[in-house]
Ligand binder design. Structure first.
Ligand SMILES: [Zn+2]
Length: 329
């Protein structure tokens, strides 16, 4: 339903103008293209035909679609709104469901025929992403025919994935019903012998490390014993010097205990504790203190923001626009 007119605002146009926003549409069948992105690309290709997708596709639009994938979730749920799989954990955006759908099950046309269901599982927590689930029909072969060689870029050929993600079928498991979330079967498989060897040196140092850091006190060095010169010395002048230093020590110690109360008062005057937060405009709630992490002239500056989780601009329960710099001292 999105016509060109509804995407007129400059921010949206600059969003659409970035080629990186269009990567998914290149993979997907044309009927699943984002209408705003497709409209924008239409405008672009009329300006310069060399950028047009149709140039690289020698055949008809249908032929091009045959080489593209199908977004399994959108195939099953064409009209589902606010279906997100990733939320910014720093701003608590999951609480207001202000997220992105960036985890996909992309299937070929033949696999799409075997697709019984595909859904996201936003109710499953434990990550800033949620699981994405596809259910295939029973008869689908879980492994490729043995005579079919692996593609050169297959994950199974990469040493980083030696013990996991070896085959797409490692992600698949028999369906046990909606109640039970399927476990990734890759974890149940024992790692290959080559990886076991690599893991062993990592496991062995652990007990030693535990012994070393058994308690907090183990981080503190014992005081070096007093120089032996003083104790066995027969010379009375040395003994006298040692006695003086002893008495000096005890005097300073006792004075420290007698002034402990006033000292803590002095510290309290010096360290007033955290600044009292201002209240946000939208909700009248105590603001949160943040620090600019981005490189630039404001890096390291602190500011106050609304304590609520981030959400869409229309959501009154989500973070309001309160933003206050902390004055430089
Ligand atoms: Zn607020």
């Amino acid at each position: 339903p999105a016509g060109r007119g509804s995407y007129s605002d400059a921010l949206h146009q600059s969003f659409l103008a970035k080629p990186v926003r269009h990567w998914l549409d290149r993979l997907l069948v044309a009927r699943q293209w984002d209408p705003a992105l497709a409209a924008h690309r239409g405008e672009l290709s009329s300006e310069s035909d060399s950028n047009s997708d149709s140039n690289s596709d020698s055949g008809s639009a249908d032929d091009a679609d045959q080489r593209r994938f199908i977004d399994a979730f959108r195939q099953r749920h064409p009209d589902r709104r606010d279906a997100y799989t990733c939320w910014c954990s720093r701003t608590g955006a999951r609480q207001t469901n202000y997220g992105n759908r960036i985890d996909y099950v992309l299937v070929s046309h033949s696999l799409a025929d075997q697709l019984l269901d595909c859904d996201i599982q936003p109710e499953v927590s434990g990550s800033d992403h949620c699981p994405v689930l596809a259910v295939l029909s029973d008869g689908y072969p879980l492994s490729a025919p043995p005579d079919q060689p692996l593609p050169s870029l297959a994950a199974a050929r990469l040493p980083e994935f030696a013990a996991r993600q070896r085959r797409i079928s490692d992600f698949l498991a028999p369906w046990r019903g909606a109640q039970q979330a399927p476990m990734p079967p890759a974890k149940q498989e024992p790692p290959p012998a080559s990886l076991k060897k690599r893991k062993q040196p990592q496991q062995q140092p652990q007990p030693a490390a535990k012994r070393r850091q058994a308690s907090l006190s183990s981080f503190f060095a014992k005081p070096t014993p007093t120089p032996e010169v003083a104790a066995p010395a027969a010379d009375s002048s040395v003994e006298k010097a040692a006695a003086e230093s002893d008495s000096n020590g005890s005097v300073s110690a006792s004075s420290a205990s007698s002034t402990a109360a006033s000292s803590s008062q002095q510290w309290r005057q010096l360290l007033t504790g955290p600044e009292k937060p201002p209240l946000c405009r939208g909700h009248g709630e105590a603001c949160l203190l943040r620090t600019v992490k981005k490189d630039g002239p404001n890096r390291g500056r602190r500011f106050w923001v609304c304590p609520r989780p981030e959400g869409s601009a229309k959501n009154a329960e989500a973070r309001c626009d309160t933003f206050l710099w902390v004055a430089k001292r």
